[in-house]
Design a protein around this ligand. Structure first.
Ligand code: SF4
Length: 435
């Protein structure tokens, strides 16, 4: 039997798909190279954006055609699914299950209740996604994650470190530490210095040590090997001074950070239930840049949140110009079932939302180009990801897309590239040498 997985959503969904593939292969399924060759199609979806839900409808239409040729074809839906979407798709799929029920799925794994215990089937041979926590307690008013993924749950540090150690041993060059809010990661680890007889100081002699994200980052950094660390997503309200220091001190941590601000207007931020103000966000960026002067920053913004006036949008533009981000992921607000923002009137027209998004995109294009030009003449380290015609394409430590000509097989390798040209969305260069 052959399986085929279709993933819609963020890196966390892609990481979940690696676990789904692992469960299927334990059950003796083989990966089909194309959807047409599958006996089982798994759609791993995300209810966060309406566009992702629309894509699932498109896939369902494709099943129907395939089922006329392969009557044994079974279809499964999983991922971050809202109750409402679950009902909508109930008749269109043979089975729908929550991602957290994956261990029980197909009954292929015994004696484990924990989704994190499933060894993923890594889809990439040099860069791996490592979920460190899942779920969220923040209830931003527009977001479905607390409903689809439940409350926060942090994975034990020991398991994370073992997984990474093993990957590095097998030549992996990059690890992405993933979570809905990595900044609120918290787990316990056995204190190696603990001794029952040592009664000197209760604080210094705890049986368990608490590991927060700043400490976890340091522990990952201490794993021997030549590799890069990246992480996402971060919530500004939980970004500690300790983490800022840790980022600066950990040489394997790459100088790139995605820090969503969502809106540059305090009233909208309040309505979004983001729990920080524009002033606090700016102060945080200042602190991060002070300790990590060459960091590249990206952000997430929602335009056209219910009630967002032109003046309030101008505040977003102001903040956007002031911070000068290297990249931004800008989305138009769309009401999602079960979220508290659903009660607010979605009164910014689609036309206006599109216009606001375009305004920000045009600003981004200019600023990103300005920033990228600064790399011309410099030599940067690049992790090569893919080949396209006569070009190799990869990412620099600063998470800039770098393209250069080469016919060598360097995918998954670190190389040095001299930057010769800059575009808004990337850099062009000349291969100097393998790192
Ligand atoms: S922090 Fe807010 S936006 Fe991020 S996952 Fe949690 S609820 Fe959603």
């Amino acid at each position: 039997m052959n399986y085929y997985i279709i993933t819609f959503g963020c890196q966390m969904n892609h990481s979940d798909s690696e676990r789904i593939a692992s469960v299927l292969e334990k059950a003796k399924y083989k990966k089909a190279p194309k959807i047409e060759g599958a006996d089982l199609i798994v759609v791993n979806m995300c209810s966060i954006r309406r566009s992702a839900v629309d894509k699932v409808h498109g896939v369902v239409a494709k099943f129907k055609k395939l089922q006329t040729k392969n009557y044994k074809l079974k279809t499964v839906l999983t991922g971050c699914i809202l109750k409402k979407d679950r009902k909508k798709f109930a008749e269109k799929f043979d089975l729908i299950f929550d991602i957290k029920d994956l261990p029980n799925w197909l009954k292929s794994l015994k004696n484990t209740k924990n989704y994190f215990k499933i060894k993923p089937k890594y889809q990439n041979k040099f860069s791996a996604c490592i979920p460190i926590m899942t779920g969220c307690n923040n209830f931003c008013s527009y977001c479905v994650v607390p409903y689809t993924r439940d409350r926060e749950f942090s994975r034990p540090a020991k398991d994370i470190l073992n997984e990474i150690r093993n990957l590095i041993k097998h030549g992996y060059k990059e690890v992405w530490l993933l979570g809905q809010n990595v900044n609120s990661y918290k787990s316990k680890i056995q204190n190696p210095n603990y001794s029952k007889s040592n009664l000197k100081s209760k604080c210094q002699n705890q049986k368990f040590k608490i590991i927060n994200f700043a400490k976890l980052l340091k522990m990952v950094n201490d794993i021997p090997g030549d590799f890069w660390i990246r992480f996402t997503s971060s919530h500004p309200k939980d970004f500690s001074a300790q983490l800022i220091n840790s980022m600066a001190k950990c040489e394997k941590n790459t100088p790139y950070l995605n820090l969503p601000f969502q809106s540059g207007d305090d009233k909208i931020l309040k309505k979004m239930n983001r729990n920080y103000t524009v002033k606090e966000y700016k102060k945080l960026i200042k602190k991060i840049r002070k300790k990590n002067p060459d960091i590249t920053l990206s952000t997430d913004i929602i335009v056209g949140f219910p009630g967002e006036t032109k003046k309030q949008f101008e505040n977003t533009v102001k903040l956007f110009k002031e911070i000068k981000f290297d990249m931004a992921y800008i989305s138009r607000y769309s009401p999602r079932p079960e979220t508290s923002a659903l009660k607010l009137k979605d009164n910014v027209s689609l036309r206006e939302k599109k216009k606001r998004k375009e305004i920000l995109n045009n600003i981004l294009k200019k600023i990103a180009l300005e920033k990228n030009k600064k790399y011309i003449g410099k030599i940067v380290n690049v992790l090569v990801e893919k080949q396209k015609n006569e070009f190799l394409i990869g990412k620099s430590r600063h998470y800039k897309t770098v393209k250069f000509e080469s016919n060598k097989n360097l995918i998954g390798k670190f190389v040095k590239v001299k930057i010769t040209d800059a575009l808004s969305w990337g850099l062009k260069g000349k291969l100097i040498q393998k790192k």
